[in-house]
Unconditional design. Structure first.
Length: 115
């Protein structure tokens, strides 16, 4: 029996300022900002599925995501795109193949929303 599970517990995102990152991600995901800040550099976003772990200790310009390492889900790609545009999120693509688009967080991490 393999002791390593085929489950993802969390995805780390390098961020330069943990409080600013927490507020930005919670805003675009509709989450409260009242969770615990761990060790002065980690904030865990409570997600449906694997959690997102914002971590300012691992941040450096070299660690910023240049390609998306996961995708946020949506049922309505057009509505999601317009929502992000209204939030002044840096969109890096239009809606591609009527299925997905990319954007950057304030630290420059490349992220994706996918239908």
């Amino acid at each position: 029996m393999n002791p390593v599970k085929n489950q993802i517990g969390g995805v780390f995102i390098p961020v330069s300022n943990i409080e600013n990152a927490r507020d930005w991600y919670c805003d675009i995901l509709g989450l409260p900002t009242d969770g615990e800040l761990f060790f002065g550099h980690i904030y865990i976003l409570p997600m449906e599925g694997p959690n997102i772990v914002l971590d300012s200790k691992i941040y450096s310009p070299e660690n910023v995501y240049q390609v998306p390492s996961f995708q946020f889900r949506t049922e309505d790609i057009q509505q999601a795109y317009e929502f992000m545009r209204a939030k002044n999120v840096q969109l890096t693509t239009g809606i591609e193949n009527d299925h997905w688009f990319n954007f950057r967080d304030p630290d420059g991490n490349l992220l994706m929303v996918c239908k």
